[in-house]
Design a protein around this ligand. Structure first.
Ligand SMILES: Cc1cc2nc3c(=O)[nH]c(=O)nc-3n(C[C@H](O)[C@H](O)[C@H](O)COP(=O)(O)OP(=O)(O)OC[C@H]3O[C@@H](n4cnc5c(N)ncnc54)[C@H](O)[C@@H]3O)c2cc1C
Length: 500
């Protein structure tokens, strides 16, 4: 015990110079061996190794099969001070590492690492509603279902992820689409405080008065700045939501797209409402299913915000009023189902061009019909201008810096398949088709260069779509808070700001 305490104190005092000196000179193997050994002593019981029974289960705890790698050890800190100790050990050893929250990001290497150290935050699961019911503190080991479940007891809701098991940290740090964004904005715009472990192991808070630059940078700056050990989110008294599920066949697909475009353009600040819009194509049966999953705050049923969809003849329509947690519990996204890649571009809402994108996507998917386990989906994510207004008026802004004079639609390929042998083919397919259609949008004056990290492929760079001055500011904040490069050199996976 004495040895452990002394080691912890020594590590927390380890100079930055040491960390800088070891970075880049220590090999992957040396750094991981050093960190795994030291952490097994300092964080007794928090480290699992490949020969342990838990390792195999934990190494599969990722949504995308492609994200499964073989870390040298997996570390489970129990609280923020153990995160701090872990970061101090990792930097003093020069160990390369990955951080895992909910494990959903389908960017291999963003949340896992071959041969390095995986810092898994699953045990940081505290959720605490403030005495005035206006905010909730949430640990980074939680899913959105955990949070909505805890808020349910207070008749409260918050702006978070749309499916049940998405992790709180990854989604919050990249922006965060919820249903009700038209009125309440993105998830990042609803966060009033972050507790953060910096690259030298120190713990700080970031809010509008303490470290305000870091506060701004965490709103969209992803995993470039530190490890967030607590998010404080605004809560809202929304005990009930009105939901609608509507399924349409191919004969009305253009009307379905027109209703989507109308919804994106409709400036509604009074009632929070929004959809998940998907179009799936089965290359064997040649059937197309266009699906609306809509949510509106309150108990008006059917929810009138989706009246344009309701006017289209549907195959299935289910309307209901329920508590938010009931809805989220019904929308699972099981882990390890397939190899899966997202890829996307952004455009101004336009029915004719989106219909063309749908037609060419479907035709192109036909050329992939021999790919084993193919599951192609076209997803349309709406970014109404009113959501962007919230981002502008949240008191600090956000890294996206999008203007609120124009609604946008993110058109995304979400494609699953079975075999690693198809990986390169699928990536090539997605890149080519995206670039071709985006070029058309550019010619027609409909293209936006914005990319959402949650919908992008690993081959895309969302930072190129942010305003240049915001990227420059983000780099300055990173230089200030992580001068030694812990979150670029040692923790290098995912959507990273360019190093030069
Ligand atoms: C099925 C599915 C549904 C989705 N639905 C939505 C949706 O409704 N709305 C939406 O906006 N997005 C959605 N997404 C995208 C989602 O937001 C991202 O995949 C997000 O990264 C998931 O967060 P996570 O914690 O589960 O991810 P992880 O894979 O655990 O983490 C993502 C990244 O964040 C880093 N990270 C994790 N925790 C921390 C931390 N505490 N501090 C610093 N860095 C950290 C990781 O190292 C990694 O690089 C969805 C994705 C999937 C696969």
């Amino acid at each position: 015990m004495l040895y452990r305490n002394l080691l912890t104190v020594a590590l927390q005092g380890a100079s930055l110079t040491n960390a800088v000196a070891t970075m880049g000179r220590t090999t992957l193997e040396e750094g991981a061996a050093c960190a795994c050994e030291q952490l097994a002593v300092t964080l007794d019981g928090a480290v699992i190794l490949p020969d342990s029974a838990d390792y195999e289960r934990e190494s599969l705890n990722f949504w995308d099969i492609r994200a499964v790698l073989e870390p040298k050890c997996i570390v489970f800190p129990e609280d923020p001070s153990q995160v701090s100790t872990a970061v101090s050990v990792l930097t003093s050893c020069g160990a390369q590492f990955a951080i895992r929250g909910g494990g959903h990001m389908n960017f291999p290497g963003s949340n896992n690492i071959d041969g390095g150290v995986l810092l898994a935050l699953n045990h940081l699961k505290d959720i605490h509603v403030a005495a005035d019911n206006k905010t909730v503190d949430v640990g980074p080991g939680t899913t959105w279902a955990d949070v909505y479940g805890a808020l349910d007891a207070y008749d409260l809701y918050c702006i978070g992820g749309r499916l049940k098991n998405i992790g709180v940290p990854g989604l919050s740090l990249i922006g965060g689409f919820h249903y009700l964004i038209n009125k309440y904005g993105m998830v990042m715009d609803n966060i009033v405080n972050y507790d953060v472990v910096l690259g030298n192991g120190t713990q700080v808070i970031a809010n509008s008065t303490s470290n305000p630059d870091l506060f701004w940078a965490l709103k969209g700056g992803a995993n470039n700045l530190g490890i967030v050990t607590k998010f404080t989110l605004k809560t809202f008294p929304i005990p009930q939501i009105s939901t609608t599920i509507q399924v349409f066949n191919e004969s009305v697909i253009k009307d379905f797209i027109a209703a989507t475009v109308d919804m994106a353009n409709y400036r509604n600040l009074d009632v929070g409402a929004g959809p998940i819009i998907t179009i799936t194509y089965n290359t064997t049966t040649r059937e197309v299913d266009a699906v609306l999953r809509g949510v509106q705050e309150g108990n008006e049923s059917p929810p009138s915000s989706f009246r344009n969809f309701s006017a289209i003849p549907s195959v299935v329509t289910q309307n209901a009023v329920m508590r938010p947690i009931e809805w989220h519990n019904s929308l699972d996204s099981p882990f390890q189902m397939f190899r899966v890649q997202f890829a996307q571009k952004t455009m101004e809402p336009d029915t004719e061009q989106l219909f063309r994108i749908y037609q060419l996507w479907k035709k192109s998917v036909d050329g992939l019909s021999d790919v084993e386990g193919l599951i192609p989906t076209l997803v349309l994510n709406l970014l109404p201008a009113s959501a962007l207004t919230v981002g502008k008026t949240n008191g600090v802004g956000n890294v996206w810096g999008l203007n609120d004079d124009q609604s946008l639609i993110i058109w995304q390929f979400s494609t699953g398949w079975d075999k690693a042998a198809s990986d390169l083919r699928m990536t090539n397919w997605a890149k080519n088709l995206l670039d071709f259609l985006h070029a058309e949008n550019q010619v027609k004056g409909l293209a936006s260069e914005f990319l959402y990290m949650g919908d992008s492929g690993e081959f895309q760079d969302p930072f190129l779509g942010y305003p240049k001055e915001n990227v420059a500011r983000l780099r300055a904040v990173r230089e200030q808070y992580d001068p030694s490069g812990t979150f670029s050199v040692l923790n290098w996976g995912g959507f990273k700001l360019p190093s030069v």
